[in-house]
Write a protein that binds this ligand. Structure first.
Ligand code: NDP
Ligand code: 8X3
Length: 267
């Protein structure tokens, strides 16, 4: 009996120290993931383009500096990102968890009026950069028979809205890519999760509206959106389940956001 108790306790014990790579850790959801992963005793590599924000993370977590590395890189520049990740201290080089969070929405124009440059940027950031990084980290995870890819998708993957066009399609790609990855990784022990939030008040809308703070603020006026911490909680929860549990997909909305039917164009 004591042996059984010991075995169960070991099975449910928190996982050993993980190496967590978080892309888009300079603001919003990615930034909100840093503190809880560090608090759980894990090592974190925070990736983003804005050096001042990365410096801010180093200052904020100065007491845990031996468990935090920052990487300044544009995720779309795969070669530069690779080099930067190869140059982090050795104890950060092999991720056991990848939180593929960096992403962007550009504009809210209808497809017939939207900018092709905006579409290219979303495809490059939300799709091409993500698959390149996943391809990079998978072989070592498969070899170690341990690893977890956590995608930050969106409710826009499954629920269309006017002006969501290519942004929604990039997130639909991620949802389907995740499902297919699970098939490829069957039997390897590597886990795949997609977290799909609705409205979260971050810098997301500021980026979508090209720095127009007033327009961004209006998106969340008079309602209570999700916070970055709400989503980070869900990510960290999904990533810290026991090894035999794969949380495949979670959709989370603010209580104040819901779905409504079809449009009908009447003549
Ligand atoms: P933020 O704009 O606050 O954060 C986006 C992060 O992505 C920043 O850290 C930004 O860093 C990084 N990023 C963007 N482009 C690049 C790039 N080319 N190279 C490196 N890093 C990049 O928005 P959120 O936190 O809200 O967004 C995070 C994820 O959540 C995205 O994938 C988004 O699609 C998704 N999401 C957001 C929702 C929302 O309502 N906010 C809802 C559903 C999903 P930097 O600029 O420093 O490079
Ligand atoms: C963003 C979700 O509903 O704000 O991915 O477009 S929404």
């Amino acid at each position: 009996m004591p042996f059984v108790l010991f075995a169960r306790a070991a099975w449910y014990a928190p996982s050993m120290s993980e190496v967590v790579w978080v892309t888009g850790a300079t603001s919003g959801i990615g930034e909100a993931c840093v503190a809880p992963f560090l608090a759980a005793g894990h090592r974190v590599v925070a990736v983003g383009r804005r050096a001042d924000r990365l410096d801010g993370l180093q200052e904020k977590f100065a007491n845990e500096s031996e468990r935090l590395a920052t990487v300044r890189a544009d995720v779309r520049d795969t070669a530069a990102l690779d080099t930067a990740l190869e140059n982090v201290a050795i104890e950060f080089r092999r991720p056991t968890i990848l939180v593929a969070n960096a992403g962007i929405a550009r504009g809210l124009a209808k497809a017939q009026e939207a900018s092709l440059d905006d579409w290219d940027m979303m495809l490059a950031t939300n799709v091409r950069a993500v698959i390149a990084l996943v391809r990079r980290v998978l072989p070592a995870m498969v070899e170690a028979r341990q690893g977890h890819i956590v995608f930050v998708g969106s409710v826009a993957a499954s629920h269309p809205y006017v002006g969501g066009n290519v942004y929604g399609a990039t997130k639909a790609f991620i949802a389907q890519f995740a499902e297919n990855l699970r098939s490829d990784l069957h039997g390897t022990g590597v886990r795949v999760t997609t977290i799909e939030p609705g409205m979260v008040e971050t810098e997301f809308s500021t980026a979508r509206f090209d720095g127009d703070e007033a327009r961004a603020k209006a998106v969340y006026s008079g309602m209570e959106p999700l916070t970055a911490a709400d989503v980070a909680d869900t990510i960290v929860w999904a990533a810290t389940r026991p090894a035999h549990v794969n949380i495949s997909k979670i959709e989370l909305f603010p209580t104040a956001q819901s779905l409504a039917g079809f449009q009908v164009a009447r003549t």
